[in-house]
Design a protein around this ligand. Structure first.
Ligand SMILES: [Zn+2]
Ligand SMILES: [Zn+2]
Length: 207
């Protein structure tokens, strides 16, 4: 067996996404498809800086964590850049915001799809036995991935209408101070002042 990726946008980043995610599983590719779907609906391309913003309804548990890696990969909304926030609602859903275009869309994996997968997926059955995703037989993982990659989008996802989005602009800072105690640089917003001297947060608690 081999992985068949039909959507060109998903195909382009698939290998890179598996490398980034660390193992082959069905939830990450599900996130890739969901991310691409949301971007198409908004008519935007991948976020180079913070043009897009992701509000993920996922938490830390199985499937949700993997799903979010796929969405981050597809949309370019990442933890590091700070344009990805977790709401921890325990759902396979997210809102993607186009900050320039001032609009947003919400994508959710359909409830029945999730419940059916939990009940009947051979891959998930292995995971329930405590087998780590990278140790599940390659055949089973590939079959699960092929399934989520080939199902029609409307069978898997619920997509909201595009709605307006408003935010008050915030300015980033390029200013930093040197901590009096450890000598490391701290960006100004996070500097603490004690007795007229500048400290980083951990050091400020020790002086
Ligand atoms: Zn995974
Ligand atoms: Zn310090």
């Amino acid at each position: 067996m081999k992985i068949e990726v039909k959507e060109p946008e998903v195909k382009e980043m698939f290998d890179c996404a598996v490398f980034y995610h660390g193992h082959l599983c069905p939830a990450m590719p599900l996130g890739l498809r969901a991310g691409v779907l949301a971007m198409k609906k908004l008519g935007v391309s991948r976020s180079q800086d913070k043009e897009l913003m992701l509000l993920a309804e996922t938490a830390e548990g199985h499937a949700m964590a993997c799903f979010l890696d796929g969405v981050m990969m597809a949309t370019g909304c990442t933890y590091g850049k700070g344009n990805c926030k977790k709401l921890r609602y325990g759902k396979l859903a997210f809102t993607l915001i186009d900050r320039k275009g001032k609009k947003k869309v919400r994508v959710a994996v359909k409830g029945d799809f999730v419940l059916n997968a939990l009940k009947s997926s051979p891959f998930i059955a292995k995971r329930k036995q405590g087998i780590p995703p990278q140790d599940v037989e390659r055949e089973l993982a590939e079959a699960a991935v092929n399934k989520v990659l080939s199902l029609p989008l409307e069978e898997v996802f619920e997509v909201s209408e595009v709605e307006p989005f408003e935010e008050t602009p915030k300015k980033g800072t390029f200013e930093a101070y040197k901590c009096e105690r450890c000598g490391e640089a701290v960006y100004s917003k996070w500097v603490r002042v004690k007795n007229g001297k500048f400290y980083c947060i951990p050091c400020s608690e020790k002086v």
